[in-house]
Unconditional design. Structure first.
Length: 221
């Protein structure tokens, strides 16, 4: 199952630069689609919210149309939310303005290109994006640098190692035709080992079903 996090719509809530045209093209349709698994999404929000504080500075990369950032906004001090799709960010900004939420700053960009001082954030969110970045290990390392000691890395990732082989063969072709983003296939244990190797201690691991995204909360010591 290729599921996103805010919506469960396709396979992500963010984009990498090579997929920017794809996400720009589908942004309006993507924003209009309903959440596929409301119960799972609510559980992820709740598990995250229990760790939020009013003084926290958050970063969300691959924020898409901003739904998760806007939900968490009342419980923290500030959120920087980025996505490489200009159209996604435009929708997110409109949503924030309509809701009267002023402590979320939406910007176009990727985690790889983000210029921020080390230890700038108390929590970093990566919801349905780690299977789309070109080098997830480099991204995990950057997340570690950007977090303050004791900071939390919250992620939800589609681990697609159980995908039928025919789909594994079709996905690169679809990406080449710009019908889908570039997807990287790995297992949930590979994901956990990579986060641990990146200097984190996994505190929470949750997956509704084997085919669903893996939700993790990991702490930087």
């Amino acid at each position: 199952m290729l599921s996103g996090h805010e919506t469960g719509r396709t396979i992500r809530e963010g984009a990498v630069d090579s997929s920017q045209a794809f996400w720009n093209r589908i942004a309006t349709r993507y924003a209009a689609q309903p959440i596929a698994d409301e119960a799972a999404y609510a559980e992820k929000l709740a598990r995250t919210r229990r760790r939020l504080r009013p003084d926290m500075a958050l970063l969300e990369f691959g924020c898409g149309t901003g739904g998760t950032a806007l939900i968490h906004a009342p419980h923290v001090g500030s959120i920087l939310a980025i996505d490489s799709s200009e159209n996604m960010i435009a929708i997110a900004r409109a949503r924030a303005e309509e809701a009267g939420i002023a402590n979320v700053h939406f910007e176009t960009g990727s985690i790889e290109s983000l210029k921020a001082e080390d230890e700038s954030f108390d929590m970093i969110l990566a919801m349905s994006i780690l299977h789309l970045v070109p080098d997830r290990h480099a991204v995990i390392a950057k997340v570690n640098r950007l977090l303050r000691p004791g900071g939390l890395f919250v992620s939800s990732t589609a681990c697609l190692d159980t995908m039928p082989m025919i789909l594994r063969l079709i996905l690169p072709l679809a990406a080449g035709l710009r019908l889908a983003p570039q997807v990287h296939v790995f297992g949930d244990d590979d994901l956990v080992r990579g986060i641990q190797a990146g200097g984190f201690v996994v505190q929470d691991r949750w997956q509704p079903n084997r085919e669903d995204a893996v939700f993790l909360i990991a702490r930087k010591p």
